[in-house]
Design a protein around this ligand. Structure first.
Ligand code: THU
Length: 134
């Protein structure tokens, strides 16, 4: 699947977000090694802190289906932002653990501004399971 098609999937997910409080929709799509596409969107709650971001929604869905780090080839995140979207800190921590070093992370918006990064760019010097080993 080419990048445009994967971005299109993320935009479709963005349009399905549940955002009665912020009205700010975010979509995420994952291309897996076996060709499967998994998407996620942000789902808000009246208890605001329980909101789940699109990135975590998609990644948790993939893991729930049994996929792991090395299965995730590309990840798109899209929002209706002025420039390409910038994932929140919580998602950067989760992305760091759940995708691998080579996963192409495509940050974009509806104007086709685009930035392609790796997880280390999003969270250099992050806390990981390595830090819990003595
Ligand atoms: N949001 C995401 O889904 N991903 C991000 O990377 C940034 C923030 C959501 C959470 C909340 O529903 C809304 O955007 C406003 O913060």
């Amino acid at each position: 699947m080419d990048r445009e098609a994967l971005i299109h999937q993320a935009i479709e997910a963005m349009n399905k977000a549940y955002t009665p409080y912020s009205n700010f929709n975010v979509g995420c799509s994952l291309l897996l090694k076996d060709g499967t596409i998994i998407t996620g969107s942000n789902i808000e709650n009246a208890s605001y802190g329980l909101t789940i971001c699109a990135e975590r929604s998609a990644l948790f869905s993939a893991y729930s289906k049994g996929y792991r780090q090395d299965d995730i080839v590309k990840m798109v995140v899209v929002g209706d932002t002025d420039s390409y979207i910038s994932p929140c800190g919580a998602c950067r921590q989760v992305i760091s653990e759940l995708v691998n070093e080579d996963t192409e992370i495509i940050l974009t918006n509806l104007n086709k501004d685009i930035k392609i990064v790796k997880k280390v760019d999003l969270l250099p010097f992050g806390f990981s399971k390595q830090d819990m080993k003595k």
